[in-house]
Design a protein around this ligand. Structure first.
Ligand code: G2I
Length: 441
């Protein structure tokens, strides 16, 4: 229990390189699946997954063809992972993580601390006993999955609905207002490579609730509380449509210095109206540089927690709906990035590095931006500080793990339109590099 899953260095690198190619082997595939099309813009397109459906071949077939990020729908929640206090059960969650690894998909962890879906024993705790139980839970679960999670929903749905802008009342909230920052600090200590997100619903446009979340993120950034991303669940229906200021709201959060992600997208409806709304969500994300990806909350309408609203991209038979086609077309519409670095000239490209570091390790995210001409292939070169080594990389093939390292496009992300960009990343031990150069190839 709780042993960090570490795989030998070279195996990890080779597996990642092969995984990237397996997801989308040719440039032709890039335009025809959601994951590959999103990857061409440096983003992901994911879905919630239920472990007990992985044996359904229609379900698994669509999952592995279309999606490059998975979120366990219920299997990583507190009631599932710690049914009795300090006794952990990872069966369903491990099944999903292994499936993802085998198919080159990354994983969003959901959710470490939440007022809902708590095991009975936790529901009955309060005060310091509950606070300690929460810290232990986060430490154990995040350590079990250390190095295998792209982003954790560390805290889920902690703000009240309506106009109060207050925290939601819950047993966790009653342990003290600092429970959220304690949760984030605990998660960072347990898995320093995972991006740590706050996730909520009814925060998709600007309103009292999203303003309250915004103020919390701003405060966390000012005080150095570790937070890397904000998740916008985006459960839409007639009563709660895609807000007119959706993109502006994502953008204002991004401007605080966090990534933003659409984490649980579903839109009730059918036909062209539903298709148009799905495309709007893609366009909003593509227009925000730090919107790193979109996940839908299930695959087929019949897999949805709101099945009656037919809110997903595939019908009950697994057939693509108009919403699927409009999503794919919008993803292929290009990487509209409002703030690209200065144009380096025709045929050239630039690479910008952003580092998430901790004592002894780092994750580097490298954005490759094309100049005045489209790229058909690229190579990013960086020199690691002495003692540093790459342990894991994604969206690129790598030439070596130490010293001067070349990251070459993974095939599916070789083409970058003029002025467009794509992202690769790598994790390592030691200190990360401050900069990198890019060359067209
Ligand atoms: O409620 C929709 C989502 C809102 N944001 C957080 C998400 O975690 C949440 O997901 C849903 C799941 O999609 C449902 O599948 O969370 C529900 C519970 O809050 C999940 O429902 C539960 C049922 O309540 C249980 O009775 C059932 O055993 O799903 C379980 C597994 O099917």
């Amino acid at each position: 229990m709780g042993k960090p899953a570490r795989i030998p260095l070279l195996t990890a690198v080779v597996a990642v390189a092969l995984g990237g190619v397996a997801v989308a082997a040719t440039a032709a595939d890039a335009a025809t699946t959601l994951g590959a099309s999103a990857a061409a813009t440096g983003r992901y397109y994911g879905t919630a997954v239920a472990a007990n459906k992985l044996s359904d071949s229609t379900y698994a077939g669509i999952l592995d063809r279309e999606f490059d990020m998975v979120t366990p729908e219920n299997e990583m929640k507190w009631d599932a992972t710690e049914p009795a206090q300090n006794s952990f059960s990872y069966g369903g969650a491990d099944q999903i993580v292994s499936h993802a690894r085998a198919h080159g998909q990354r994983v969003r962890g959901h959710a470490l601390a939440w007022h809902s879906q708590q095991p009975g024993w936790a529901q009955n705790l309060g005060g310091t006993a509950l606070r300690s139980a929460m810290v232990n839970h986060i430490t154990q679960v995040a350590t079990h999955y250390r190095g295998q999670i792209y982003a954790w929903d560390v805290v889920n749905e902690a703000f009240a609905d309506g106009g109060s802008g207050a925290r939601r009342d819950s047993n966790l909230q009653r342990t003290g207002n600092d429970w959220i920052e304690v949760a984030f600090r605990t998660a960072r200590a347990a898995d320093p490579a995972a991006k740590l997100c706050y996730n909520d619903y009814n925060t998709d446009g600007q309103n009292a609730k999203s303003n309250a979340v915004y103020a919390m993120v701003q405060d966390f950034k000012a005080r150095g509380v570790p937070i890397d991303c904000v998740g916008f669940q985006s459960h839409f229906n007639a009563a709660s449509p895609v807000p007119g200021d959706y993109q502006a709201n994502l953008q204002r959060f991004a401007a605080l210095g966090v990534d933003v992600q659409i984490t649980e997208l579903d839109i009730e409806g059918s036909g062209q109206a539903q298709a148009d709304n799905y495309a709007r969500v893609v366009r909003a994300c593509l227009a925000v540089t730090r919107c790193t990806g979109i996940s839908v909350w299930g695959i087929r309408d019949t897999d949805s927690w709101r099945a009656g609203g037919t809110p997903l991209l595939f019908d009950g038979n697994g057939t693509k709906k108009p919403a699927y086609t409009s999503t794919l077309n919008a993803l292929n519409g290009g990487a509209a990035t409002p703030s690209t670095p200065a144009d380096p000239g025709p045929g050239a490209c630039t690479a910008s590095v952003s580092l998430n570091s901790w004592p002894g390790g780092f994750v580097a995210t490298v954005r490759v931006t094309a100049g005045g001409a489209a790229l058909t292939g690229w190579t990013v070169t960086t020199t690691l500080p002495s003692g540093a080594a790459v342990t894991n990389a994604w969206n690129a093939r790598i030439s070596s793990t130490t010293g001067t390292v070349r990251f070459t496009d993974a095939g599916y992300n070789a083409s970058v339109p003029a002025g467009g960009s794509t992202e690769l990343g790598f994790q390592g031990t030691g200190s990360g590099p401050a900069s990198a150069t890019c060359a067209a190839s």
